[in-house]
Design a protein around this ligand. Structure first.
Ligand code: BLA
Length: 719
């Protein structure tokens, strides 16, 4: 016989240590002896392939080449009406007679993938109250309130209904390892409850097969395998695909495994949850045992119902967590709409941030701040973790049960943060929602040493699955309770919620900032005073129209603050001001003469300030310029006016020594002085000179009038 190359899948029974994962168990080429198998050609029901025990099973000779409907019994007639059905996923079952003497048989028939019709025959079982069993079992399954209850109920039901010595419910974890969740056994048997079995005990190919063929019975580990004759189907020239055959002989490796375990017969049903093999119900018997079609069907129905209940319980748990997350999301969004303080709503001190993820601590790192709840590492350590996360892919969630194992630098944090789940909340890096779990010492109990799934005899060919199923304890340290899919789903949801509000609040802030910026820009533009905004290097960022009018017209190449001094008469002095401002960040004020086009100057007041938001954070510079020309003119007007009114009546044209005149004039002047004070206080300097001038002119006119009046009246009074 040709040996398979390593890349090939080994034929049934030819697997060894290197390739047993790929053993083609569906091409078993043989059956268990408690039944018989026929393959017929569909057109005329001619028998083309049989199990080696078929003739004897039926009390007939020479089956090959005969037509099923020509054999004694009514089976062919019972089968034919069902042939309109597809029969390639679920076999049909009929009861009928066949052979000599014509036994009553149960026949399951289906179409294998490559043609022909496979008929599997077993002796008809005793009459059972099948519906009664199902009817009483279903309410128990349906009312199980937790997975634990359901597992216990399932083991009880299978033990009772199928009658095996031991019944177990077995669940696979994410890595394919199995754990016995529940067990019902005869009292004299040792317990397997809580034990774990490595994924290698059940190869992937077998798992895939068990997704289609949901109930398997191994009647007796000591039974010989009955070969198919001929081995290859004459219809296809290939091995018969026995995926759906209930009589299929089981892999010798597995049979050996069971023998090593001391088991004589098994019944195993698949638990399919969400389209994948979630676990198994496995029953052991310590003497040969088989189950007839009806009971196998009952077991399949029970297993389906159990799986449905698992789906419901798991999705209920998921929905609960989701309700928690949604409530949290609602609170955060409400807070956002109310006063923008969504962080307070997220960290309201309750466990709403921890519970859905089943974490013991949580933190939000955002904009340099760390908000926390529960047991968390110090802020510095949280930042270190975030820095470490920045270097690896984290979206939508990153999770580890042992951060210390990922990076030894974090080993010392194990008491609070061995388990870390993280969801980035922005694309800026360093901003995460984090959850923590402490390291826990756990003892995993394996049913045998998981690292030695095989034992090798003296002869390398003498290879068998492990012989010892003695409990093997694995101490697990430095890792937390692992995060399960539901935890991570909740973390992902919360992370997404937070990322949304972060984005939203940043967008809002941007709009506000833009609005404020617009406001400031408008004010600056509308200001009558020239203004310059410069960046921290002194580069001019923004000027207004007043500035353009005053300075730019004459000097279009202003780019830097340091370009300003050259425009002034006091160039050196202004350079000092600019240096003080730029180098020493010192606010300065001063009056300077701007040189203007016609060779003249314009007096300007310059107020220059650095803008600092923190002692060392310079945003830039603001330079305000006031044109002093008008003020200077106003000052001049005031001076002239003061001179007029302050005891220089002589300056008033004409003038008389007449005391009445002098008295009246004094009144007019003090009135005018008062008015002038009010005028200088209230009038804009641009208009002051003319206003003062008008007062001055009016005083002068009045003085003249007074003089005329007094001189005119004098003779009268003298009279
Ligand atoms: C199949 N191995 C299985 C099955 C179980 C186990 C439940 C499915 C059998 C069925 O559906 O009928 C393992 N059975 C267990 C365990 C318990 C139990 C863990 O009762 C615990 C109480 N097996 C090995 C190794 C290999 C292996 C090392 O231990 C090879 C890599 C192979 N297991 C193996 C194969 C099958 C199998 C090939 C398929 C059997 C078949 O359906 O033909």
């Amino acid at each position: 016989m040709r040996l398979p190359t390593p890349s090939e899948s080994p034929a049934f029974g030819e697997a060894d240590l290197s390739n047993c994962e790929r053993e083609q168990i569906q091409l078993a080429g043989g059956i268990q002896p408690h039944g018989a198998l026929l393959v017929v050609q569909e057109s005329d029901l001619e028998i083309v392939q049989v199990s080696a025990n078929a003739a004897e099973f039926l009390g007939l000779d020479d089956l090959i080449g005969q037509r099923l409907d020509a054999l004694p019994g009514n089976l062919a007639g019972a089968v034919t009406p069902h042939l309109a059905a597809p029969l390639h996923e679920i076999p049909s079952a009929v009861r009928g007679t066949l052979g000599s003497p014509d036994h009553e048989l149960d026949c399951l028939f289906h179409r294998p993938p490559r043609g022909g019709l496979v008929l599997e025959l077993e002796r008809a079982g005793p009459v059972l109250d099948v519906t009664g069993a199902v009817e009483s079992a279903l309410p128990l399954i349906r009312s199980a309130a937790s997975l634990e209850d359901l597992a216990d109920e399932t083991a009880s039901l299978f033990k009772e209904i199928a009658g095996y010595d031991r019944a177990m419910m077995y669940r696979f974890d994410e890595d394919g390892h199995g754990e016995i969740l529940s067990e019902r056994r005869d009292p004299e048997l040792e317990s397997y409850l809580g034990q774990r079995y490595p994924a290698s005990d059940i190869p992937q190919i077998a798992r895939r097969l068990y997704e289609r063929n949901r109930v398997r019975v191994l009647a007796n580990v000591a039974d010989p395998r009955i070969p198919l004759l001929p081995r290859l189907s004459p219809l296809t020239g290939e091995d018969l695909d026995m995926s759906l055959c209930f009589l299929r002989a089981m892999s010798p490796i597995h049979v050996q495994y069971l023998q090593n375990m001391g088991v004589a017969a098994t019944l195993v049903a698949s638990l399919m949850v969400g389209g994948r093999l979630w676990g198994l119900v496995a029953c052991h018997h310590y003497s040969p045992r088989t189950l007839h079609y009806e009971l196998r069907a009952v077991c399949e129905i029970l297993a389906e119902n159990v799986a449905t209940r698992i789906t419901a319980l798991e999705s209920f748990a998921k929905a609960q967590a989701e309700v928690g997350v949604r409530r949290l999301e609602q609170r955060v969004n409400d807070a956002m709409a109310r006063d923008g303080d969504w962080r307070a709503a997220l960290f309201d001190g309750s466990s709403s941030l921890l519970h859905p993820v089943e974490a013991t601590g949580a933190a939000l790192l955002l904009e340099g701040e760390a908000l926390t709840v529960g047991d968390v590492p110090g802020t510095q350590d949280i930042r270190r973790i975030a820095g470490w996360l920045d270097a690896r892919p984290t979206a939508p969630v990153f999770a580890t049960a042992s951060l210390g194992r990922e990076d030894a630098a974090f080993e010392s944090l194990g008491d609070v943060a061995s388990g870390v789940a993280a969801a980035p909340v922005s694309s800026s890096g360093g901003e995460y929602m984090l959850w923590f779990r402490p390291a826990q010492e756990r003892t995993l109990t394996w049913g045998g040493d998981p690292h030695k799934p095989f034992v090798m005899g003296d002869d390398p060919a003498d290879l068998s699955p492990r012989r010892s199923f003695a409990q093997w304890h694995e101490e697990v340290r430095g890792t937390s309770q692992p995060w399960d899919a539901a935890d991570l789903a909740a973390a992902k949801l919360i992370g997404a919620t937070v990322a949304d509000v972060v984005l939203q609040s940043r967008a809002v802030r941007m709009l506000i900032a833009r609005d404020q910026l617009e406001g400031v820009r408008r004010q600056v533009q509308q200001s009558g005073d020239p203004i310059i905004l410069a960046d921290p290097d002194g580069r001019i960022l923004l000027t207004n129209e007043a500035f353009e009018r005053l300075l730019r017209a004459a000097h279009p190449h202003l780019e830097w603050i340091s370009d300003l001094p050259q425009l002034f008469a006091e160039r050196a002095e202004l350079r000092g001001l600019v240096d003080d401002l730029l180098q020493r960040r010192r606010p300065r004020r001063g009056e300077f003469q701007l040189r203007v086009a016609d060779g003249g100057v314009r007096p300007l007041l310059i107020r220059a300030d650095p803008v600092l938001v923190a002692p060392n954070r310079l945003l830039g510079f603001v330079i305000l310029v006031s044109d002093l020309t008008e003020r200077r003119e106003a000052d001049e007007a005031r001076r002239r006016f003061q001179a007029l009114v302050a005891g220089h009546p002589g300056s008033v044209k004409g003038g008389s020594a007449d005391p009445t005149y002098q008295h009246l004039l004094a009144q007019v002047l003090s009135n005018a002085q008062l008015a002038a004070m009010e005028i200088t206080d209230g009038v804009d300097p641009a208009h002051m000179p003319e206003v003062l001038e008008s007062v001055r002119a009016s005083v002068e006119r009045m003085a003249e009038l007074l003089e005329q009046l007094t001189s005119h009246a004098a003779p009268v009074r003298k009279r």
